[in-house]
Ligand binder design. Structure first.
Ligand SMILES: *[C@@H]1O[C@H](CO)[C@@H](O)[C@H](O)[C@H]1NC(C)=O
Ligand SMILES: *[C@@H]1O[C@H](CO)[C@@H](O)[C@H](O)[C@H]1NC(C)=O
Ligand SMILES: *[C@@H]1O[C@H](CO)[C@@H](O)[C@H](O)[C@H]1NC(C)=O
Ligand SMILES: [Zn+2]
Length: 416
């Protein structure tokens, strides 16, 4: 009997492994020191066989990189040759994915139109929640469809406003432009939940409106959920010649393709055939353009790295209003730290990380003129980093929410 169970289990595990893109993959935590080692790694960022799970920082912070088993020796030889020390963080990515999947399916389906913060929701559940809020709170909530994804999923923006004809300043938030960063949509959902369903937060709606798009890249997001062994998909799902998808956060039409992206469509950081080749990036940019006079804060949620970043991503030059961007970012970081001790680093993208052009935050500021524009890299956690264990979702959502309140305070004061 026991033998049978073992055999069946092995069979199931083998069946999973057999379909896997991650079989034998490992994740290393690299610990570069000195400019030379950092530059060497910066040049590897768009390397096909390496997947940088955390952005490479300039301050010698460790960086987590997934490597295909076929390239493992190549990588370790290279690291040794360059004297870069490293640890093995995940020895077998496949079984880590499987474990995470088991935790995820452990929770029963949520009732139509409801959400929780004990699991990661599917795109349909998220949009059903938005619709339910619009129905239950008609004086507060409306849904604007801003287009469809490549595969035809609705890009729905929830507009939360106590008086939509008053023309109040707007805080716009999106999440999930990178498919695998599951905590980002969850945090956006928590903000929606707090703004609409928690009356104690009514003051946050007095002077501003909130418009939130919780999943900007729903095709990719669904792909990481439904295709068990594509958990680390990052791009959209548009059809290319050889490979699928582009990195929508390298696809915006501002210094597009100048630096920090790839022209190989099979790479994770592929910037697309041309600027705005991706329909999701077009939909977002149209929406922001149409509302650019009212949007006073643009916020895009990513994971992971505990970073609050602002433009520019394409150059190390600082924006004119660096002082305001920095001090607001630091105030937000402080209010997050106050909740739970979580530390964020704050600064302009290119000064914290290595330059990468074509991001939505650069475009929002540089083209649409939304001066206060930020990317938040939320915390990682658990073995996989991209997926905090489900029991940690609420903690991250709550601490980030305190940061959002600080943003709101600044916008409310500055624009009234
Ligand atoms: C690595 O370290 C060794 C011994 O300290 C040194 O001889 C070598 O030049 C270093 N290599 C690089 C690429 O820095
Ligand atoms: C909504 O805003 C408009 C325009 O400012 C104003 O005339 C109206 O009185 C407001 N409605 C409410 C209910 O506050
Ligand atoms: C930190 O928390 C304390 C008490 O909870 C509060 O009085 C203080 O204003 C908070 N500081 C920030 C920056 O949020
Ligand atoms: Zn991201």
């Amino acid at each position: 009997m026991n033998v049978l169970i073992v055999v069946v289990t092995l069979f199931v595990l083998t069946a999973f492994a057999a379909q896997s893109g991650y079989e034998g993959n490992k994740v290393y935590r690299l610990k570069p020191t000195g400019k030379k080692q950092l530059e060497m790694l910066a040049n590897l960022r768009n390397e096909k066989n390496l997947d940088f799970w955390t952005p490479l920082r300039r301050d010698e912070h460790p960086v987590d990189v997934m490597v295909n088993f076929k390239e493992e020796k190549w990588l370790t030889d290279l690291l040794k040759k360059n004297n870069i020390t490293y640890d093995t963080l995940i020895d077998d990515v496949d079984s880590a994915v499987l474990e995470e999947h088991e935790r995820q399916i452990f929770f029963p389906p949520t009732k139509q139109g409801r959400i929780s913060f004990i699991k990661y929701h599917r795109h349909e559940e998220i949009n059903a929640y938005l619709s339910r809020l619009a129905k239950d709170y008609p004086n507060l909530v409306s849904i604007q469809n801003i287009g469809k994804s490549y595969e035809g999923r609705d890009l729905d923006v929830i507009q939360i406003s106590t008086n939509s004809s008053a023309g109040k300043p707007v805080i716009f938030i999106d999440a999930g432009i990178h498919a695998r960063e599951w905590i980002a949509p969850a945090v956006a959902l928590y903000a929606i939940n707090q703004l609409v369903e928690n009356k104690d937060n009514a003051n946050l709606l007095e002077k501003v409106d909130w418009n939130i798009l919780p999943v900007l890249n729903p095709d990719g997001y669904e792909y990481t959920h439904s295709t068990l062994l594509q958990r680390f998909w990052r791009k959209t799902r548009s059809q290319g010649n050889k490979c699928i998808g582009a990195d929508a956060n390298r696809n915006f039409d501002f210094h597009w393709a100048e630096i920090g992206s790839s022209s190989d469509e099979c790479d994770d950081t592929y910037h697309g055939k041309h600027a705005f080749s991706e329909i999701e990036a077009i939909a977002l940019s149209n929406y922001i353009s149409q509302n650019k006079n009212r949007i006073k804060l643009y916020l895009t949620l990513h994971s992971f790295g505990q970073l609050i970043l602002y433009p520019w991503g394409y150059t190390s030059e600082l924006p004119r209003d660096n002082e305001e961007l920095l001090s607001l970012g630091e105030a937000v970081a402080e209010s997050i730290k106050n909740v739970s001790g979580t530390n964020y680093i704050v600064g302009s993208s290119t000064n914290i990380l290595y330059a990468a052009a074509g991001g939505s935050d650069d475009w929002a500021k540089g083209v649409a003129g939304v001066e206060l524009s930020y990317t938040i890299e939320l915390p990682g956690g658990g073995l996989l980093g991209f997926d905090l264990p489900t029991w940690k979702i609420l903690g991250v959502a709550k601490e980030t929410w305190e940061g959002l309140k600080t943003f709101c305070k600044h916008i409310s004061e500055k624009f009234n």
